[in-house]
Ligand binder design. Structure first.
Ligand SMILES: [Fe+2]
Length: 176
């Protein structure tokens, strides 16, 4: 359960960083969603820690915070929302793995708590996947548009060159 608490603290840090750092066209919606998520992870962390204390399990909270902070690398303050949501999706999948591990030795009541957490985590994974596929399709639409625009420009340039060639030819013929 300590591993689980550490991971949840890390998720909270990650989502809070993304909430603060994310930029782009969808800033307002992303900022709000990421703000909600770090609140969710704070609540889950609190539930796990309080359950452990309630069950008389030893937990070194200072060590948990230090370990969670150590997990933060340079990718843990994403500025692109696609990176932020992809990072969170991986975190959510890892969360379910840690829950499955903790569930094996947990009391019935704690299993109930953990399984509810996993249920919610799976729903969030679905939403994150939807969000990522939506952004991927809009990105490919943008690059398609850019390719079309580049082709149009090439065509325009070619027409302009052809016209100037014809112009020169007319001029040359006129001189004769
Ligand atoms: Fe905020």
């Amino acid at each position: 359960m300590t591993k689980l608490a550490t991971h949840l603290r890390y998720m909270q840090f990650y989502a809070h960083n993304a909430h603060n750092m994310c930029q782009g066209d969808t800033f307002f919606a992303d900022h709000e969603e990421l703000g909600e998520l770090y609140g969710v992870y704070t609540g889950l962390y609190d539930s796990v820690v309080e359950r452990m204390i309630g069950l008389g399990q030893a937990i070194d909270l200072v060590k948990v915070q230090v370990e969670a902070a150590k997990m933060l690398d340079e990718d843990a303050a994403p500025t692109a929302f696609s990176a932020a949501f992809a990072g969170l999706l991986t975190c959510e999948q890892e969360l379910c793995k840690l829950i499955a591990e903790a569930d094996k030795t947990a009391s019935l009541g704690t299993q109930d708590l953990l399984q509810a957490m996993c249920n919610d985590a799976e729903m969030r994974q679905y939403k994150l996947q939807k969000r990522l596929s939506k952004s991927a399709s809009s990105e490919s639409a943008t690059s398609e548009k850019e390719t079309e625009e580049a082709e149009d420009k090439k065509e325009e340039d070619k027409e302009a060159t052809d016209k100037s060639k014809t112009g020169k030819f007319t001029l040359l013929t006129a001189k004769r």
